[in-house]
Write a protein that binds this ligand. Structure first.
Ligand code: AGP
Length: 611
């Protein structure tokens, strides 16, 4: 949950590092720091708050001499120790020989710290990370890589680190265990970071480290060993993300940009994956032959947050279309409840970042119990993607805003294609498959129609932006959509919002309804609409305002409710997709009206890599 960057080469190091952590700020932004190796010594500058504060401070101190060739930088999301300058990274040993930036959690840090203090080491912070440079100093006998490896062998927990040493100018060492590290390979320059967002401006050629890898990085070569100091080889990959996608592209917030990108991101998710002639999907990443598909007798979906809501829709797809018993589990719950899985169970992780600790642990638990595992991820080469070795990338491009939007709709589209493929390996006919595959092609157009109504939605949002509580209710495929709408609103506007099954309202929550509590009812013209209309009437009887999502042309809804979010006509399978986009826009414009920091909501980070 922190952003780390290291650079060695001939560019203006300070600029590369500061630009890099600015690109990674969505991973954490409560403090930041930089360490430059200048004339044989470290110059360290730190600041509390966002990267902009550090940039200003570095500017006041001068950008450093052109002779600087190596440096590291960090933007933090605090796990141990409050966001203070002392706790900001980089951290150094007592003799200032080594500077380290770290992403992860060292579970045995207090034992290590006590042991090091007894040996005379002086600690300046409350962080777990600070034990790393002191351990390296402890093991250093003129061999940089060996000292780092010995230090890492002492650590229990997770780390993604970059280390610089004043005795080895021009060199960096990077290592990972449970937190991502990627190396950008340039011409006589290397940039190493938590993810490719910091790298795309400089090179498209990257090396993803695996857990246990330790990389010795020079400007013109990378040597990788494992944690036992044995050389290993890692291939290079090519990033296909366009740098323009990383910038805001003229939108006020990344969230709005990413909402508007959804017709394109869905197109990318579906591209080349529908076989209309045979009415099926082509998902080569699953590496499953027809007999493997037929053998699956149960699916368990493990995910968190928005990805969990996508999984809930996936359950309906897999059961209704493919006839496969499917459970959806909050990942942390799954991993600790000693789940029952079998060799014909498919454990499916859904994760935009591919780094969510609970989801990763759930998949490892399922794998250990003999289940087949697969993942639906966005970030290529992410830890969960590589833990499962099979799966489907959603190709949504970088999702910068903490609130997940385009990843959700692409996850749902991929789940629908997976269900189609599994269904066609069972009783689903070619004709039924052709109809559904043609429907899937329509998703971008359906979403665009909702985006085209943004002005209407903004007007409704402004009208209700002063509410302190909201309910979101839905049935069937629209029930997870209601949960997702509530999550979007609460996480960016800080309004208390609860998603509920429409039928559940009268079993308690209806006691909370009064004229100050608006209810967003998802009453598109699909299965369950009439029952939801009854629930709307129950809400109106308690004088709660009702905002409804309704199918275009269903004019009766205007008389029944206070405001209508119009959704294009769809089948029940596709209904959640344009509907959630309307709820994303509703949440966005309410948060904007309330002046909230939409892309960086308080207390949140984009990737939750701790339990
Ligand atoms: C989504 O808006 C939230 N920011 C959060 O719930 C997120 O979906 C969750 O942390 C899971 O992240 P992942 O998809 O990267 O695993």
């Amino acid at each position: 949950m922190c952003g780390i960057v290291g650079y060695t080469g001939n560019r203006q190091v300070t600029e590369v590092l500061l630009q890099g952590i600015r690109r990674l700020e969505y991973r954490g932004y409560d403090s930041a720091g930089i360490a430059l190796l200048e004339d044989g010594n470290f110059r360290v500058i730190k600041s509390v708050g966002k990267v902009a504060g550090l940039v200003e401070k570095v500017g006041q101190n001068g950008h450093g001499s052109p002779g600087i060739k190596t440096g590291i930088a960090h933007t933090r999301w605090a796990t141990h120790g409050a966001p203070t300058e002392a706790n900001a990274h980089p951290h150094l040993d007592s003799q200032n020989n080594f500077a380290v930036v770290h992403n992860g959690i060292i579970e045995n840090y207090s034992v290590l710290r006590d042991r090091l203090i007894k040996k005379g080491h002086k600690f300046l912070s409350e962080t777990d990370s600070e034990v790393i440079p002191h351990l390296i100093q402890e093991f250093y006998q003129n061999d940089f890589a060996s000292a780092v490896i010995q230090a890492l062998q002492q650590i229990e927990g997770t780390y993604g680190i970059v280390v610089s040493s004043k005795n080895h100018p021009g060199q960096l060492i990077a290592a990972r265990k449970g937190s991502p590290i990627v190396i950008g390979v340039g011409e006589n320059e290397m940039i190493v970071a938590s993810d490719i967002m910091a790298i795309v401006s400089y090179t498209a050629k990257v090396i993803y480290l695996n857990d246990g890898d330790v990389a010795l990085i020079n400007p013109n070569n990378v040597e990788i060993r494992n944690i036992h100091n044995v050389p290993v080889s890692r291939g290079t990959s090519t990033i296909d993300w366009d740098i323009r996608l990383v910038e805001k592209g003229g939108f006020e917030h990344f969230m709005l940009k990413e909402i508007h990108e959804q017709p394109e991101s869905i197109t990318n998710a579906v591209r080349g994956r529908l076989d209309h002639a045979n009415g099926t999907a082509i998902l080569s990443g699953l590496n499953m032959q027809p007999q493997d598909l037929v053998a699956i007798d149960r699916i368990i979906i493990a995910a968190c947050g928005t990805s969990l809501h996508a999984g809930m829709i996936g359950k309906y797809y897999f059961e209704e279309l493919a006839g496969i018993l499917t459970e959806v589990e909050q990942a942390a719950e799954f991993r600790y409840r000693n789940p029952i899985v079998g060799v014909n169970t498919l454990a499916l992780a859904i994760s935009q970042s591919g780094e969510t600790a609970d989801t990763l642990a759930a998949i490892k638990e399922a794998k250990m119990k003999g289940a087949q595992v697969a993942a639906i991820c966005n970030v290529v080469g992410s830890t969960i993607a590589r833990e499962t070795e099979r799966g489907v990338y959603i190709h949504a491009g970088p999702e910068i805003s903490v609130a997940s939007t385009k990843a959700f709709t692409s996850q749902v589209a991929v789940l629908l294609m997976m269900a189609l493929k599994l269904a066609r390996s069972r009783r689903f006919t070619q004709q039924e498959g052709i109809i559904l595959s043609n429907e899937i092609e329509m998703i971008p157009e359906l979403i665009q129609k909702v985006i085209d109504r943004s002005k209407e939605i903004e007007k409704i949002a402004k009208k209700w932006s002063g509410a302190k509580d909201f309910f979101f209710i839905g049935r069937g495929y629209l029930y997870p959509a209601a949960l997702e709408g509530a999550l979007k609103l609460k996480e960016i506007s800080y309004i208390h919002a609860e998603g509920y099954h429409a039928a559940e309202l009268k079993h308690g929550p209806i006691a909370l309804l009064d004229p100050s509590v608006p209810v967003v009812a998802l009453a598109n013209d699909v299965l369950g609409k009439d029952k939801t209309i009854s629930n709307i009437q129950e809400c109106k009887a308690r004088k709660s305002p009702v905002i409804v999502t309704a199918t275009e042309g269903d004019e009766g809804m205007k008389q029944l409710t206070d405001d209508v979010l119009w959704i294009p006509r769809t089948s029940k399978y596709l209904a959640p997709l344009p509907t959630v986009v309307a709820l994303q826009l509703l949440a966005y414009y309410i948060a904007k009206e309330r002046g909230c920091p939409i892309d960086h909501p308080r207390n949140l980070a984009k990737s939750v890599t701790v339990e």
